[in-house]
Design a protein around this ligand. Sequence first.
Ligand SMILES: NC(=O)c1ccc[n+]([C@@H]2O[C@H](COP(=O)([O-])OP(=O)(O)OC[C@H]3O[C@@H](n4cnc5c(N)ncnc54)[C@H](OP(=O)(O)O)[C@@H]3O)[C@@H](O)[C@H]2O)c1
Length: 296
Amino acid sequence: MKFLVTGSAGLIGNQIVHDLEKSEQTVYSCYNKMKPVFGIPTKLDLINLENIGKIIKQIHPDVVIHSAALTDVEKCDTDIELANILNVKATEVIASEAEKIDSHLMYISTDYVFDGKKGLYAETDLTNPLNNYGKTKLFGEKIIQNKNSNWSIIRTSTPFGLHSFKKTFPTWVYENLKNKKKINILEDQFTSPTYVPNLSKMIFEIISRNLEGFFHLSGSTKISRFEFAKMIATKFNLDSTLLNPVRIDTMDWKAIRPIDSSLDVSKVNSLLKIKPISIKQSLDEYSLQLTNSFSL
Ligand SMILES: NC(=O)c1ccc[n+]([C@@H]2O[C@H](COP(=O)([O-])OP(=O)(O)OC[C@H]3O[C@@H](n4cnc5c(N)ncnc54)[C@H](OP(=O)(O)O)[C@@H]3O)[C@@H](O)[C@H]2O)c1
């Protein structure tokens, strides 16, 4: 099959393209600033809306995975116009072009479409984003849902893993504790941390089986940032007393964050052969990945 993936050098896109290529698919890896290591690198600045149609027509993919977005939550609140172009307008054009050639469109969305008052959100729960990032991602979801050809929407939460230039939460905690630096960690924000290689495998199964609709693809454990950081300290034998618990209302953020945006993964747990993994298993695999990267 022929794939086109946007945001191919990003945290999630990079893993997806890597795994698709490994399974011998043809993958056009779209990027703007950072050239992807895997796939067939294809320059596509999503701000240039006219270009999107040209590239999709030229490549004529069977599947489009739209992973690119303005993911900086603060920037989405301070640069409303840019967030609107990248997360909404570009998604609109991608959806319309994918529909014209009848390709499956998978949209990578977020737990931030929820307000965080309830936690453990199922696919059928009501959305109510608190910040502009969540609002623009939800607009994106609505656009995809109105498409007449195949679509799937993946919502994930706190993705993490090793990446050549993006530092995810466990790596940040690990590096600081290793350097004996004290760090502030939120004790009252809960998510479902997602090990990106596990996410990518589930995504591949959804595409291979041509499944449609909404899927909550995250890790299977709801956990606070602080508890997560403590587990990282224990896993790597680092000093957990350097972790300083702080509360979300002390943060100097413009964009409001949901308190508990954890996801209920029951649907995919019963549907997929590849299951969402626990935080313990995720950290075991991440630690192996980290150790192997040191020995390279
Ligand atoms: N990170 C999270 O906490 C999180 C949580 C839940 C869901 N998600 C969703 O998952 C998806 C992937 O997230 P991620 O963590 O992999 O994001 P990421 O690492 O920040 O990557 C974002 C990607 O978007 C691309 N992009 C940004 N502006 C672009 C433009 N003008 N033209 C073309 N591409 C552009 C970037 O490409 P260049 O580098 O080439 O500019 C980059 O590859 C996003 O849709 C996000 O909303 C993320």
